[in-house]
Design a protein around this ligand. Structure first.
Ligand code: GAF
Length: 391
């Protein structure tokens, strides 16, 4: 079967406008879109001053909206009860939970002195939810972009990403790093984003070789970062750095970790080994990509997965099964490398492969994963795409 195309933005925008009309009787006058992301390598090190290498995918959250002349936001989304937000007040965390991403972003604008005018909005998404592809960052960045449009202001892209990250921290309760919001805000067609998470500098890296395809395999095992596992890993890395006695993970070598192994204790010892190893692997992978050295890239992706599985313990059986199938297909079958992507505990894998064999690889992944788990996965190809923008 040929690989399915991702839904065009224009279709999502049309769908959102139709829903806005039927829910609130409003005509869309402004439409904002922001993408999810996939990460090629550099996992769980964005909050450790590391390097990460994601790109914005061609799967978007799209919001169609219009001003309503009141001080209230009326917001709907497919499958959710509409929410009404009183914009005359500073936004606080509330119910329903899904609206907290929106409240948090509005609050970011209010804290910058903006008076957000009343609006009606409808949200549609082609980013699978709970799939480790940053639907939450996409929602935050889409709302921020919508508010820029409604307020006729433009935030610096970095400021927009940081505002969205603050919403995730304070309104969704996830102490995330900066990768997802940067990818959704800075994304560009045909570009990976090599983020130096110490300096906060994103570098756009060309990725336009038509012979390469990135397959995303959503295991359909839901991923939930707000239940404590993510925060616990982040705390492990903070403890590790303190015991090692350095100011930044960027100054820590594997020898430093080995020297402090007993003092670090279990599991901080293995968490620390992951951080130092993954920072190096990401630097090496960026170089390998630049020189089209796929023989080097594949093993780096594989080692990243194994480290996330064994040392960082954020993989799960289904992610391991999906990665193992890709490994069995191997280089002869057209697979360059595969690993889990994103926060883990469920979610998706990323498989870099030869374009001429991508459809066949996707079929095999789907068939064998289903046979092994009884779960039908969602497998699609994606290319680096444009970040948050108004349509
Ligand atoms: C989640 C977080 F939001 C990111 O900041 C990052 O830490 C990722 O998990 C793991 O690399 O997506």
């Amino acid at each position: 079967m040929p690989l399915p195309l991702n839904p065009p933005l224009a279709d999502l925008a049309g769908d959102a406008a139709d829903q806005l009309r039927s829910a609130f009787g409003s005509e869309a006058s402004i439409t904002a879109a922001a993408p999810g992301r996939v990460n090629l390598i550099g996992e769980h090190i964005d909050y450790c001053d590391g390097f990460v290498l994601p790109f914005a995918i061609d799967r978007y959250i799209v919001i169609a909206a219009c001003g309503n002349g009141t001080q209230e936001a009326r917001i709907g989304s497919t499958g959710q009860d509409p929410v009404h937000l009183d914009l005359s007040k500073k936004q606080e965390v509330g119910e329903p939970k899904w609206a907290n991403y929106i409240r948090g972003v509005i609050r970011g604008f209010q804290d910058r002195g903006h008076s957000v005018p009343g609006f009606d909005a409808w949200i549609v998404s082609s980013v699978p939810l709970g799939a480790g592809l940053s639907s939450s960052a996409a929602l935050e960045c889409a709302v921020a972009t919508l508010l820029e449009g409604l307020l006729d202001t433009v935030l610096d892209t970095r400021e927009k990403a940081l505002l969205a990250q603050k919403a995730e921290h304070e309104f969704a309760g996830v102490p995330c790093g900066i990768m997802d919001q940067y990818a959704s805000a800075f994304g560009q067609a045909n570009r990976l984003i090599l983020i130096d998470c110490q300096s906060g500098e994103p570098e756009l890296v060309p990725f336009e070789n038509p012979d390469l395809t990135v397959l995303i395999s959503n295991t359909n095992v839901s991923h939930e970062l707000s239940d404590g596992g993510y925060a616990a890993r982040r705390k492990n890395t903070e403890d590790g750095l303190q015991i090692i006695g350095k100011d930044s993970w960027r100054d820590v070598s594997m020898d430093d970790v080995t020297a402090k192994w007993n003092e670090l204790g279990e599991p901080v010892d293995r968490r620390s080994r992951h951080v130092v190893g993954e920072i190096q692997r990401t630097v090496d992978a960026a170089k390998a990509l630049e020189s089209n050295d796929f023989e080097a890239l594949g093993p780096l992706m594989s080692a990243s997965h194994d480290s996330l599985k064994d040392d960082f313990e954020v993989s799960c059986e289904e992610l391991d099964i999906m990665v193992d199938i890709a490994r069995r297909i191997g280089r002869e079958g057209g697979v360059i490398g595969a690993r889990m992507t994103g926060g883990g505990f469920g979610g998706s894998t990323v498989t870099l492969c030869e374009s001429s064999k991508a459809a066949e690889i996707a079929d095999t992944l789907e068939r064998e994963y289903k046979a092994a788990t009884g779960i039908t996965p969602e497998i699609f190809a994606s290319r680096p795409s444009r970040g948050a923008h108004l349509l």
